[in-house]
Design a protein around this ligand. Structure first.
Ligand code: SF4
Length: 192
């Protein structure tokens, strides 16, 4: 069931007309990856290289925030790297990336979440947090433990360089919350 869903997503071109170019669904992980990470949508560099978080956001996330090696991050025993939309959606009229198309969440992500047999979730970015925790304030979610389907769900701000203002305004995140998150990730990836 997992493999057939992955193959269906790989073949999906549902947004082609809307994007104006051929979508490239990015998939990374396996059914029982320990940590399911859900972010917003792939960047242009990820679209070009077909490797999730292969960009400046990934450098911050892996090396500065998680403080793990790329081998650990890209090891599918450890991480299932998903997103609200599997494809880079193109640029908006201001030159920023378009928002992830909602249809991808409705079409695929809900199904993936039902199949995956993970230990914890990491939800990245305010748009993703709004989907899973619509009634809570983003900053509150970032600073505490949350639960999704009975499992720990860590919420992170987006590690994009464009998000510096949030990080500056909420220094508790880097000073106090990140060390707890790092310890949890290390514990999980170092346990069989
Ligand atoms: S973003 Fe999702 S729904 Fe749209 S083409 Fe890619 S896989 Fe399909």
């Amino acid at each position: 069931m997992f493999e057939s869903l992955m193959n269906e997503i790989k073949r999906c071109r549902f947004c082609q007309e809307n994007f104006g170019f051929e979508p490239t669904p990015i998939l990374w992980g396996k059914e029982n990856s320990k940590i399911v990470q859900i972010s917003q949508a792939p960047s242009k560099n990820v679209h070009d290289t077909k490797k999730p978080f292969n960009d400046q956001s990934g450098k911050t996330l892996i090396h500065k925030w998680y403080q793990i090696s790329e081998e650990e991050f890209y090891n599918t025993d450890n991480f299932y790297i998903g997103a609200l939309a599997h494809c880079y959606p193109g640029k908006d009229k201001n030159g920023g990336d378009r928002k992830p198309p909602k249809c991808c969440y409705n079409k695929w992500v809900e199904k993936e979440m039902q199949i995956l047999d993970n230990q914890i979730y990491i939800i990245i970015g305010a748009l993703s947090a709004k989907i899973f925790f619509p009634n809570e304030k983003f900053v509150d979610l970032v600073l505490k433990n949350n639960y999704l389907h009975g499992k720990l769900a860590i919420v992170l701000p987006h590690p994009s360089p464009l998000n510096r203002r949030f990080l500056k305004a909420h220094s508790d995140f880097e000073n106090n919350r990140l060390p707890e998150i790092r310890a949890k990730i290390k514990e999980i990836i170092n346990t069989d």
